[in-house]
Write a protein that binds this ligand. Structure first.
Ligand code: CDP
Length: 202
């Protein structure tokens, strides 16, 4: 059995939390595709060339806690503009999506470019302030010393770059179900996502 769930949305919208929870609920595998771009961004910050880094990316490169910083997030959205970087990462994502037993992929272009025929598509959003506050709380809980304003600027800058790029911009697929989590608890957001996927399974 293959079943692909595509979860897209802007920075820090809660895609990761929702994706992990729905994957656990249905017993599907989960791929955070943002980590691929973050891993390439981190290599560029370390002095490598973006396209070569994307072409040589190894799944082991994703197992790195340092990929979660705002500096790496910015570098990720800069390399994500480069068509050859995106192209180098397509096969890995599509193979993951076809995995036996079901798969959840979260990112920006899963429902539009990577898996246009996904069985269920969600576009998760929330207000920029709300997303920045959640990311601020996540980073400070990890011990990072960062100002809320810095996080808000990062989120807004990345959204603008992700939405305006020519290749695979951040845009909801025509057939994606919109889930605005601004006023939802995590449990409510997960419950709504599960209900949307259940409906697609019937
Ligand atoms: O966790 P957060 O939503 O802040 O970001 P992420 O999902 O880890 O993605 C980091 C950056 O990678 C984004 O700002 C995008 O520029 C890029 N990305 C992308 O272009 N396409 C994807 N499918 C996933 C991420």
């Amino acid at each position: 059995m293959t079943f692909t769930v595509a979860i897209d949305g802007p920075a820090a919208a809660g895609k990761g939390t929702i994706s992990k929870a729905v994957a656990a609920h249905f017993g599907f595998a989960h791929l955070d595709t943002g980590l691929l771009y973050r891993a390439v961004g981190a290599k560029v910050l370390a002095g490598e060339a973006a396209i070569a880094a994307a072409e040589a990316l190894d799944p082991a490169d994703l197992e790195n806690d340092d990929l979660r910083t705002p500096a790496v997030a910015q570098a990720a959205s800069e390399v994500a503009v480069i068509p050859q970087v995106r192209a180098a990462l397509v096969a890995f994502q599509q193979n993951f999506a076809r995995r036996e037993g079901g798969a959840v992929l979260d990112g920006r272009d899963i429902g539009t470019v990577i898996c246009p025929h996904a069985d269920a598509k969600l576009f998760v959003t929330a207000s920029a302030d709300c997303r920045a506050m959640r990311r601020f709380e996540e980073l400070t809980a990890k011990g990072m010393d960062i100002a809320f304003e810095t996080v808000l600027v990062d989120v807004k800058e990345r959204d603008a770059r992700d939405r305006s790029r020519a290749t695979a911009p951040l845009v909801p697929a025509d057939d994606a179900v919109l889930l605005d989590t601004s006023d939802l608890t995590i449990d409510d957001a997960v419950a709504q996502a599960i209900a949307i996927i259940e409906a697609a399974r019937r």
